[in-house]
Design a protein around this ligand. Structure first.
Ligand SMILES: [Fe+2]
Length: 324
């Protein structure tokens, strides 16, 4: 079935599948990140090399941590943009603090995303200091605890990918420890009456993997390799995990990074989500040009942040993005 209302207004064809093509993977019994079970390796490898998205269940992240993070996020975003503007740090590329509605557009998009969000660095770049809202003291503790829990999941998933790629367990995690991973609590305001809204237009993620606790409403969808947009189900208690550009690049495209978007149909309420973007340390080499020039995680990060309007970085000394 095709939702013709969405297609007519947004130029996007949305296919509602009776059986979603998003693999659901259980981490039950996977306790030691040094020894990923083979059935988990196979399932994660298949999912992330084809669809690029999966839902993860039995993951051991306590519901209470996720609930506390969403409650704190709702509390912060109960304040309007003007009230939160004091927490914006545009001089730091929007990499910490509050980012106002419409500040970001997806790469190549000509309209901004209808969302506002907060950036929290996990392991701080020495030049950056996290910014915390005075109105909601619980926000800091909830978000830091969530990032610690998500790092444990990231380590397990990356270990499974190591085995899938026939490399030593821990190879990818060694490139994450100390890297600039960040959490992004997002608020998509409800669409105006009579309109659908684009919460986030089609894009691929910049980083390595993204971990998202089930959002408070539907709207996220992924474009499969066949070109069809498939809704990501909202399964309470699950995590949505997707692979991103840096992992696709460093694996020579054995792992895929798929376009995705958030569309809120007319009549939707507001939506909250809290993706955790797991990043490589900035010196990680993603690609080496024939002349020996290294294209690093930092090069890709500053290129993309400049492209999406969050940073105005001098790119004159940054190697071009590889195309392969
Ligand atoms: Fe994304």
């Amino acid at each position: 079935m095709t939702d013709r209302g969405l297609r007519s207004r947004l130029g996007v064809e949305v296919t509602h599948m009776k059986t979603p093509e998003i693999p659901a993977i259980s981490l039950a019994g996977y306790d030691d990140p040094q020894h990923p079970p083979q059935h988990v390796v196979d399932a994660i490898g298949d999912a992330l090399s084809t669809v690029g998205f999966m839902t993860v269940v039995n993951h051991d992240v306590p519901d209470a941590l996720i609930d506390a993070a969403y409650a704190a996020s709702r509390s912060v975003f109960a304040h309007d943009d003007a009230a939160l503007a004091q927490y914006a740090r545009p001089d730091l590329g929007g990499q910490v603090g509050f980012i106002t509605t419409g500040a970001e557009n997806s790469k190549g998009a000509d309209i901004p995303n209808l969302m506002r969000f907060w950036h929290i660095q996990h392991r701080l770049n020495p030049d950056w200091t996290n910014v915390w809202p005075e109105e909601t003291p619980a926000f800091k503790q909830a978000m830091l605890a969530l990032m610690d829990a998500f790092d444990e999941i990231a380590q397990k998933i990356l270990a499974a990918i190591d085995v899938y790629l026939d490399q030593k367990v821990g190879t990818l995690w060694q490139l994450i420890r100390g890297g600039p991973s960040l959490l992004r609590p997002i608020h998509n305001p409800a669409p105006l009456p009579g309109y659908d809204s684009i919460g986030t237009s089609a894009h691929t993620d910049i980083n390595v993997i993204t971990i998202l606790p089930a959002a408070t409403a539907k709207g996220l969808m992924v474009q499969t390799k066949s070109g069809v947009w498939v809704p990501i189900p909202v399964v309470p208690g699950s995590l949505v995990v997707n692979t991103a550009d840096m992992l696709e690049m460093i694996t020579g495209k054995r792992i895929t990074s798929r376009p995705h978007q958030v569309i809120l149909p007319e009549g939707s309420g507001e939506r909250f989500s809290i993706p955790y973007f797991v990043h490589f340390i900035k010196e990680t080499v993603l690609y080496t040009y024939p002349d020996g020039t290294k294209f690093t995680a930092w090069h890709y990060l500053v290129r993309r942040l400049t492209e999406i309007g969050l940073w105005d970085y001098d790119l004159s000394e940054v190697p071009p993005e590889p195309t392969f």
